[in-house]
Design a protein around this ligand. Structure first.
Ligand code: NAP
Ligand code: ZN
Length: 351
């Protein structure tokens, strides 16, 4: 079926209307009419080929919420009219130990297929993401959303939510732990909400002093302006865990130096260029430098249910699809409060 979308045709061209073809639902597929799609900094990195692997045309978007319009003959989890969501993945091998343990993002056979710019096993081409009218996905990669949720503010949970929830759970953010979140953007603001909800003493590091009040409202117990060297020095060796959500170059050693003995700094931010690490920031006192990527499907559902139970959603600014390039420019300036979400109804009037 022919589907309206917005695509980047090259690393330097603005996003523009594009028509793509979705497969007819196979027995275990659902067709989802997309209502809202969040704008992740990864969309910008990939639309502009900052990770060096973009296939054009590129239709970004992996924070997708919509309604099921059609189900394949063998679908069990969904019926027509149900709410459904899709995050960063649409496929994996399903057979390796890692997939079987619910960590499909780390499929051992390299079989993880990302929602866009991934090798589409069905079409033989590339996957196209959520800046589009609809998406067809195997029900195993579609998540359940409860009726009554603020759907636009729920969309960012599918990437910004799970990408922060998963490492905070993995490294035990909770009561008695001092946890730092670096960067108050889409990921960072969800990181603050989750670290607070899990009961950790939550400290937000920001380059934007103007975000301090918001950070406290979102759940931070303390705010440190990272350009203030004295404020940073006062926090040396005081953190159990730091989650780095920064999209651009920055000094990673400045944060490693804040870890206690055996503390961990996990990167989720994925800047274009490598971040130099000083050996001495790790050696003394025996620190860990780690990374994390989104979360598996079972944990994504767990996170969505956790959020639904506690009324946690994203703080968003709604935009039309024509505003995506302007939103990207604002992301580059750190000017986001705290996630742009595209109202997909705006696609209808586009050429
Ligand atoms: P975002 O909304 O643009 O937020 C990034 C924040 O980083 C900014 O708001 C800003 O916060 C801070 N920042 C920006 N430039 C900086 C600089 N030069 N120095 C220091 N701080 C700076 O981005 P996002 O959507 O949250 O994504 C963040 C990163 O995570 C991106 O690289 C994205 O690709 C990556 N990501 C990774 C995964 C994964 O699975 N690992 C998943 C999704 C996204 P302040 O104003 O508070 O300083
Ligand atoms: Zn993302």
């Amino acid at each position: 079926m022919s589907t309206k979308a917005y695509a980047a045709q090259s690393a330097s061209s603005p996003l523009a209307p594009f028509s793509l073809t979705r497969r007819d639902p196979l027995p275990t597929d659902v067709l989802i009419d997309i209502l809202y799609c969040g704008v992740c900094h990864s969309d910008l990195h990939q639309a502009r080929n900052e990770w060096g692997n973009t296939v054009y045309p590129c239709v970004p978007g992996h924070e997708i919420v919509g309604r099921v319009a059609k189900v394949g003959t063998a679908v069990k989890k969904f019926k027509e009219g149900d709410l459904a969501a899709v995050g960063c993945m649409v496929d994996s091998c399903g057979a390796c130990e890692t997939c079987k343990s619910g960590l499909e993002q780390f499929c051992e056979t390299g079989g993880t297929v990302f929602t866009y710019n991934g090798p589409d096993r069905h079409s033989g081409g590339v996957t196209y993401g959520g800046y589009s009218e609809n998406i067809v996905v195997d029900e195993a990669f579609a998540l359940k959303i409860r009726e009554g949720a603020d759907l636009a503010a729920t969309a960012p949970l599918l990437c910004a939510g799970i990408t922060t929830y998963s490492p905070l759970r993995h490294w035990g953010a909770g009561p008695g732990k001092t946890v730092g979140i670096v960067g108050l953007g889409g990921l960072g603001h969800m990181g603050v909400k989750f670290a607070h909800a899990f009961g950790a003493h939550t400290v937000l590091f920001t380059t934007s002093p103007g975000k301090a009040e918001d950070a406290r409202r979102l759940g931070a117990d303390e705010v440190v302006v990272s350009r203030d060297a004295d404020a940073m020095a006062r926090r040396a060796r005081s953190f159990d865990f730091i989650l780095d959500c920064v999209s651009a170059q920055h000094d990673i050693n400045a944060y490693l130096d804040l870890l206690k003995l055996d503390g961990t700094l996990a990167l989720v931010g994925a800047p274009e260029h490598p971040l130099p690490v000083s050996a001495f920031s790790l050696l003394m006192p025996r620190r860990n430098f780690a990374g994390s990527a989104i979360g598996g499907i079972p944990e994504t559902q767990e996170m969505l249910d956790f959020c639904a139970d506690r009324g946690i959603v994203s703080d968003i600014e709604m935009i039309g699809v024509r505003d995506v390039d302007a939103a990207y420019e604002r992301l580059l300036k750190g000017d986001v409060r705290y996630r742009f979400v595209i109202d997909m109804a705006s696609l209808k009037g586009s050429a």
